[in-house]
Write a protein of this length. Structure first.
Lengths: 266, 265
């Protein structure tokens, strides 16, 4: 494992929301070509961490390296250049609802390249084929089911042939079978396109299906990083409570009520 | 007492923050309009034309109705007063001047603030709460360039056009009353209507509508981009957007009129 090249490196990340420390010195490394899962309870800061990794938020202190570029110190043009090197798959898919499937998937290509429209059409067909949605080009997002929207979102995320893809809760709100489909898709794409994937989720089944390595976050800190096996056999009571979904344990309910509040703000 | 001062302080701070955010949006928008080509991002025609159709062409009917009936009301009200002085014929010039200088631009702007300002905020606001703005940002597509610029440019060109339509339909309303009810000869009415109408009256009105267009578009976009909190948030932002536009339009109207009044431009 150790000889892997580091694709994304987060160093000592600290972030405050209204005086509350949401990220409390997070450090982790994502290797090239692996599927790295970030898991943790609601409000543990995992979505916030992801937003920092995509450059959507700026931390109070700490560094985020994407390759050799530090996202926290770049100016807007340089940030834009880095952003083109990765794709992001949103929890709600975040398709633009006045554009049809084809226009949504081709949007980054139309905005960032000078390719001929015919070539863009072919590229879009390829990407849609990869996510199993050939022939859906002319539908509007409102006509699609949740799982299909996610797959279109994924096709859009890979439309610029990125080096890495970030997934925010890719299986949230989907039925178990569609969850499995999306998980398989993530694995397939990784293999076919040699992607580095960072997945934020709290769906345990999906964690153990797709992860090469897992980071467990709790209260803005990294509790443990390891392979799924290591996490499964973890001695940490919090990790054990979380992966087994037990009511009793170190994480008590009152604490979670607090966390829910500030998850809403994040 | 300290609590009172504290609340004043936080209020002022939040106002400063809003003004800052608003001005930064305005600055960014003008940057992309005039210097976008430097970053190889010149203005794109297609989204601007789309917006023009939506904002301009589809608003003609509602603008026509509002100003047409205002013209009718204005003619009826002024006829009553002017007939006492024996100057019914001056209804024509009174209607045309007050419509062109004041009522045409302001009413059109208020109608468009209600129709287009609300639509802009609701559209961008729901994109904001559905992560679509963030998605644009992660795709390295600047939301201001992509969403705000076409709307501002389109409305800047369409509101004066709509104002001209509003002016004409207002005068048409006055004409119908003048000719049918007041018994003024059609030819005489038209002649009187344009006799006292100077070029200045028209460009005063049109210059106002340019200012109003910027107000509606920027307030709408700013409120949309700063929407928080789901569907309720979108509703709230839309309300604030329309109310703010209304107030700013009236205030700006007063200022622009003042400029013309005091400086003899």
């Amino acid at each position: 494992m150790r000889e892997h090249k580091v694709a994304i490196s987060v160093q000592n990340l600290v972030k405050f929301f209204d005086g509350r420390k949401v990220l409390d010195g997070i450090s982790l490394e994502v290797y090239q070509g692996e599927t790295f899962v970030i898991m943790g309870g609601s409000g543990c800061g995992k979505s916030t961490l992801l937003r920092h990794m995509t450059g959507a938020m700026k931390p109070e202190s700490g560094k985020i390296f994407f390759g050799d570029k530090d996202l926290t110190t770049l100016n807007s043009d340089e940030t834009e250049a880095v952003k083109r090197r990765f794709g992001m798959c949103f929890q709600s898919a975040a398709l633009l609802d006045y554009l049809n499937v084809e226009e949504n998937v081709s949007l980054p290509l139309r905005e960032h390249t000078t390719l001929d429209p015919k070539i863009i059409r072919i590229l879009v067909k390829m990407k849609l084929n990869l996510v199993g949605l050939s022939g859906f080009e002319n539908l509007m997002p409102s006509m699609l089911s949740g799982g299909m929207k996610k797959r279109v979102g994924l096709a859009r995320a890979i439309s610029m042939d990125p080096e890495a893809v970030f997934y925010d809760e890719p299986t949230a709100g989907l039925d178990p079978i569609v969850c499995a489909v999306v998980d398989k898709l993530i694995l397939d794409l990784n293999k076919k396109l040699l992607l580095t994937s960072v997945v934020v989720t709290h769906n345990m089944e999906s964690v153990f299906r797709i992860a090469d390595r897992v980071a467990m976050l709790h209260k803005g800190r990294v509790l443990q990083i390891g392979t799924p096996e290591e996490i499964k056999n973890s001695q940490d009571p919090i990790v054990q409570q979380f992966i087994n979904g037990r009511l009793e344990g170190p994480i008590n309910f009152a604490e979670n009520i607090d966390d829910v509040n500030f998850a809403g703000e994040g | 007492m300290i609590k009172f001062l504290e609340s004043i302080g936080t209020n002022i701070l939040s106002w400063i923050k809003i003004t800052q955010g608003f001005l930064s949006l305005v600055g960014q928008t003008f940057y992309w309009i005039f210097f976008g080509f430097r970053k190889k991002r010149p203005l794109k025609q297609e989204p601007i034309l789309d917006q023009m159709v939506f904002m301009g062409a589809r608003s003609i009917i509602i603008v026509f109705f509002v100003t047409f009936f205002t013209g009718i009301v204005l003619a009826m009200q002024s006829a009553q007063q002017l007939s006492k002085l024996g100057g019914t014929i001056y209804v024509a010039s009174l209607v045309s001047i007050s419509i062109c200088r004041e009522l045409g631009p302001v009413l059109t702007a208020l109608v468009i603030a209600g129709r287009i300002g609300a639509a802009i905020t609701a559209e961008i606001g729901s994109m904001q709460v559905n992560e679509q703005i963030e998605a644009l940002d992660t795709m390295a597509i600047n939301p201001v360039r992509f969403l705000v610029v076409p709307k501002v440019v389109a409305l800047f060109f369409m509101l004066p056009c709509l104002t001209v339509i509003g002016d004409l339909s207002g005068m048409l309303g006055g004409y119908i009353i003048g000719v049918n009810n007041l018994g003024i000869n059609s030819h005489l009415y038209i002649q009187t209507a344009f006799e006292y109408l100077t070029l200045k009256d028209i460009y005063t009105g049109l210059s106002k509508s340019l200012v109003f267009a910027l107000i509606i578009a920027f307030v709408g976009c700013y409120q949309g981009l700063n929407t928080r909190g789901g569907a309720v948030g979108v509703g709230r932002a839309t309300t604030i957007s329309v109310v703010t536009s209304f107030i700013l339009i009236i205030v700006a109207d007063c200022f622009v009129t003042g400029i013309y009044y005091f400086t003899n431009l």
